[in-house]
Design a protein around this ligand. Structure first.
Ligand code: NAD
Length: 490
């Protein structure tokens, strides 16, 4: 990285070397808190991609032939490296996408460390297979092998987290990895790869920045053996089309419109905090795939529950410089998304939604005395009370600090509303009735269900979506292929 006229210039990492894009083209990175360009990233060409694939391919045999224990040792060293450079990585993530520093530093970095350690511990499972006595004289067994080159395509809302779940298990299984971060937030991934390459052999972990066309060329390349995307349904559809020409295993981690359901028998104070602060008005302003953007509240408690939600937002959400440790919610990560979120707020109002909290946007509305932040992409935490689940504001992913509040009558009604969406990523249930919790958990059509808590994810449990929220998991086994072997010894 070089700094020229206060702009930082970041580079691709291919075969352990930091390189600009071959034709020297660059994209800019904007700090969403103030709307200013602060860094450049390479706008990679097909030549850059071919180079990364060539080196990754050359690096695979030696890496995959290491014992699982030797690969695990590298991954443990990486965990230490992430701890060592945690402050710098957290700062870059915050500058790049606005996710508040107190969460990137104290939440994100420790979670990356635990994923690398979990992958190190899981590495030896690659060597485990099944043995089957087929008959008296014939024995069958299975072998797990790495796939080869795994490509990880990242979104802008959580680059380092998605990078890590894609890279850690793929590397543990013996693959080489090429990461393509989002054009809206690549800096942390470029720096991360540079730091990790101080440990890994060259060619095993590469990063190439660029836009959708870079991603498209990469996933369609015949030497790529697996694709894992975290992103939108639109990109998943484009990749599916592309893979029709060059079929390979694919994992899609996509969007959501997750219900967070509050029953009258819940601890309502805890639920009001859970559905607002941790549910949707997160440190990265609701730009979180499992954001509980449909808060379903049992009608009997609605009049008392609305003020409780407002109170918890007023007491705990503090806008401001995302680098300030007192700031609890940041801006929208980029201008494209900012416009989309603002348009959704207007749509929700036009569709008859009653604004019961927030609804304002634009830095000028919030920062009279901080000129620097006025050009940032700021949106107030917004709650819209609606009655009809079929509205677009109830069905489409906003991906911002905006949630609808939908009243329901009873358990059956709650279940109907919870499943009334094409997505199936997360769901929260707030109740003190254990039987109800179990019934709801079984019947809700989503990959993750939390009771009296929300957004509890980590390497201890699988994570993935149902329906249009995707399929597959970034696990160790999905980064392997299984071979059936038969020996006749008669
Ligand atoms: P996006 O789909 O616009 O972009 C994601 C990535 O795909 C970017 O790197 C982009 O350059 C690349 N891309 C675009 N077109 C491509 C193509 N044709 N071929 C290959 N790559 C292409 O998504 P986004 O706006 O960056 O991210 C937001 C979305 O990600 C939301 O829907 C959110 O819910 C989802 N998300 C899901 C999870 C999860 O774990 N399920 C986590 C985080 C974000």
């Amino acid at each position: 990285m070089q700094t020229i006229n206060e702009i930082e210039h970041y580079l691709n990492v291919i075969n352990g070397k930091q390189l600009p894009a071959t034709q020297g083209k660059q994209l800019t990175s904007i700090n969403p808190a103030n709307g200013k360009v602060w860094a450049t990233i390479p706008c990679s060409t097909e030549e850059d991609i071919d180079l990364a694939i060539k080196h990754a391919k050359q690096a695979v045999p030696a890496w995959s032939q290491l014992s699982a224990m030797e690969r695990a040792k590298y991954l443990r060293e990486i965990a230490l490296q992430v701890e060592k450079y945690g402050e710098e990585l957290a700062m870059l993530e915050t500058k790049d996408n606005g996710w508040v520093y107190r969460e990137t530093l104290h939440g994100l970095i420790p979670s990356l460390v635990s994923i690398w350690l979990d992958a190190a511990g899981a590495a030896s499972h690659v060597n485990k297979g099944e043995t089957v006595q087929l008959d008296e004289e014939t024995i069958g067994y299975t072998l797990r092998e790495p796939l080869g080159i795994v490509v990880g395509i990242l979104p802008w809302n959580a680059p380092l987290f998605t990078f890590t779940i894609k890279a850690a298990y793929a590397l543990a299984a013996g693959n080489a990895v090429i990461i393509k971060p989002s054009e809206h937030a690549s800096v942390s991934s470029l720096k991360y790869t540079e730091l990790l390459n101080q440990i890994l052999p060259p060619g095993i972990l590469n990063v190439i920045s660029g836009d959708g066309s870079t991603g498209s060329y990469l996933v369609g390349h015949r030497d790529v053996d697996r694709v894992t995307l975290t992103g939108s349904g639109q990109t998943a559809r484009a990749i599916t089309k592309k893979l029709a020409q060059s079929p390979k295993p694919v994992t899609f981690e996509l969007g959501g419109k997750s219900p967070n359901i509050v029953f009258a028998d819940a601890d309502v104070k805890k639920a009001a905090e859970g559905v607002t602060l941790n549910g949707i008005f997160t440190g990265n302003a609701g730009q979180i795939c499992v954001g509980g953007s449909r808060i379903l509240v049992q009608k009997d408690i609605l009049p008392d529950f609305l003020p409780l939600m407002k109170k918890s937002i007023e007491e705990s959400i503090h806008f401001g410089d995302p680098m300030n440790l007192a700031t609890s919610m940041g801006p929208i990560a980029n201008n494209v998304q900012y416009k989309k979120v603002c348009d959704f707020i207007e749509l929700g109002k036009q569709e008859g939604g009653e604004v019961i909290f927030g609804g304002n946007y634009g830095g000028e509305s919030f920062f009279d005395d901080q000129a620097d932040l006025q050009k940032g992409y700021w949106v107030e935490p917004t709650l819209l009370l609606v009655k009809d689940s079929s509205l677009r504001i109830c069905q489409e992913e906003v991906f911002g600090p905006v949630s609808v509040v939908l009243p329901f009558d009873n358990e059956e009604d709650a279940l109907r509303l919870a499943n009334d969406t094409s997505f199936g990523l997360g769901a929260g249930i707030w109740t003190n009735n254990l039987g109800r919790a179990h019934r709801m958990m079984k019947k809700i059509d989503s990959g993750n269900v939390w009771v009296n808590t929300y957004r509890r994810v980590g390497p201890e449990l699988p994570f993935g979506g149902f329906k249009e929220s995707g399929f597959g998991k970034d696990s160790l086994l999905e980064n392997t292929r299984e071979k059936a072997c038969v020996i006749h010894i008669g």
